[in-house]
Design a binder for this molecule. Structure first.
Ligand SMILES: Nc1ncnc2c1ncn2[C@@H]1O[C@H](COP(=O)(O)OP(=O)(O)O)[C@@H](O)[C@H]1O
Ligand SMILES: [Mg+2]
Length: 258
């Protein structure tokens, strides 16, 4: 469904991503791990097509179509959606109005808000004065309204309190596993690429494949639960030389890029 081929990306005049190769098949949920600053968010922002993320090499293919040079709105219309790690405040835009536009009348904003403990937030400006966990739930609310065929989540569980985490987890599961979705690409089924720091979200989604990013490139790939276990016990240092779970992991590159 999504294929990232030899992708290198420059941000603020610096090459942040180097030679990334990742693919996600329809019906699959792949997970990205990696220490702070390894380039995970940059990758999702680039796939979504935000300006400031300059592709200097490689291609992004979505359902057989090269989308490397398409605009954010074209990518959204074709069926790609992103829950951002740090979304902007939208002063003057009420959350309820945004949700209505994004769902195109498919679902009731009030029902979605109730699912995510956000009743009462629909009349507030998007993210303005929201707490960290509220921003996460507001992002998820918008994504659920859009119901994209390819779902990208940037640390959906971080900052969410232990009571809300179950609601967030269930909503994420629903969003990823549903069969129908909004997109013009003629995609069959859904796919997902999820960044997780804590691995908590893996309790709610059936992840198929994991990648560890280090220094702007993919160091290792393997079973996501095994990867998480190795990271928890050995830390991230090992991933640079791809020593984690040697027996089970595929060595992607000889060295992390500098
Ligand atoms: N707009 C920017 N200008 C300069 N450097 C940036 C910019 N955005 C991200 N970076 C840098 O790119 C690297 C990767 O960042 P990011 O993708 O946010 O990492 P992660 O999500 O893995 O924590 C970091 O070193 C970060 O400081
Ligand atoms: Mg990030």
């Amino acid at each position: 469904m999504l294929e990232i081929q030899d992708l290198s990306v420059e941000v603020g005049g610096r090459e942040v991503l180097h030679d990334i190769n990742i693919s996600v098949m329809s019906g699959y949920t792949n997970v990205l791990f990696g220490p702070n600053g390894s380039g995970k968010s940059t990758l999702l922002m680039t796939i979504m097509g935000f300006s400031g993320y300059k592709v200097t090499k490689g291609r992004i293919i979505f359902n057989g179509e090269d989308i490397t040079n398409k605009s954010v709105s074209e990518r959204a219309q074709t069926g790609i959606g992103l829950m951002m790690q740090r979304p902007p405040n939208l002063v003057g835009v009420q959350l309820g109005n945004l949700v209505k536009i994004m769902s195109k009348g498919r679902v009731k904003a009030e029902d979605l808000a109730e699912d995510l403990n956000l009743t009462g937030f629909l009349t507030r400006d998007v993210n303005v004065g929201f707490s960290g966990g509220e921003i996460k739930r507001s992002e998820l609310l918008q994504l659920a309204a859009q119901n994209p065929c390819f779902v990208m989540l940037d640390e959906p569980e971080s900052g969410v309190d232990i009571v809300s985490i179950e609601k967030v987890g269930k909503k994420v599961h629903e969003l990823i596993r549903g069969t129908s979705c909004a997109g013009k690409s003629g995609a069959v089924g859904k796919g997902a690429l999820v960044i997780t720091h804590t691995g908590q979200i893996l309790d709610y989604v059936n992840a198929d494949r994991g990648y560890v990013m280090c220094k702007g490139t993919v160091a290792c790939t393997g079973n996501p639960r095994e990867l998480l276990h190795e990271i928890r016990t050995k830390g991230y240092d090992e991933c640079i030389s791809c020593n984690i779970g040697k027996k089970t992991l595929v060595k992607v590159k000889e060295e992390g890029a500098n």
